[in-house]
Ligand binder design. Structure first.
Ligand code: IMP
Length: 199
């Protein structure tokens, strides 16, 4: 007892490439309509990597693209450390902060406080995924891709222990199985689902 490995719940596709493309196009249109004079996109690394690269291509206005790299001290603590700060002074600029997923809202709360202190002309949030059932801190989200239930999501930039970011779709995963074995989904996601794999 206790030695046999648990079979991970199979991943389910939350959004395939087509659904992602349609959503990113919609978000690009919404952001462009509100920022006709341009804007500063602040992408939070690493989760927003794929999302922001598609999002900026869907804009019909000119963005300046900046990156913020952060690390969490502890999950769900909201204590965040900035590993790489912006290269640009955003004082007086229109800023859209781009996140992969807003879960408890604690990370976003920290980032909004941090950027707000720099006195941008405006500060809005665009998130690919909104897991609002888990919210602890209210999150002002101007642009939302998909609302998701309380499930663990992988792919299209979202990882578990650094894995699965390059999947060309969003899938739900069994977090217990991943905690026991971070590679639990490699076979299923990189072979049988036809996703683009590490090659
Ligand atoms: P929050 O501070 O609880 O809102 O957490 C936001 C961060 O937690 C995201 O930027 C992700 O890095 C991570 N996260 C939360 N939920 C998921 C998930 O379902 N999959 C992958 N990462 C997640």
């Amino acid at each position: 007892m206790g030695t046999e490995s648990r079979v991970p719940r199979p991943p389910e596709v939350l959004a395939d490439r087509q659904a992602i493309e349609a959503t990113v196009t919609r978000l690009g249109r919404e952001i462009s309509a509100r920022h006709r004079d341009g804007l500063v996109i602040v992408a939070v690394l690493k989760g927003s990597l794929l999302f922001v690269s598609d999002l900026v291509r869907s804009l019909t206005v000119q963005p300046v693209v900046e990156f913020l790299a952060i690390s969490r001290y502890e999950p769900d603590s909201g204590r965040v450390r900035i590993l790489k700060d912006l290269d640009l002074d955003v004082t007086g600029r229109d800023v859209v902060l781009v996140e992969d997923i807003v879960d408890t809202g604690l990370t976003l709360g920290f980032l909004l406080g941090e950027l707000g202190r720099r006195s941008p002309a405006s500060l809005e949030v665009c998130t690919l995924l909104d897991k609002r059932v888990r919210r602890i801190l209210p999150a002002p989200l101007a642009y939302v891709g998909f609302e998701v239930p309380d499930v663990f999501v992988l792919g299209y930039g979202l990882d578990f222990a650094g894995r699965y970011r390059n999947l060309d779709m969003l899938v739900t995963a069994d977090a217990v199985a991943l905690t026991a074995d971070p590679d639990a989904y490699v076979d299923q996601l990189y072979r049988s689902h036809g996703a683009r794999g590490p090659g």
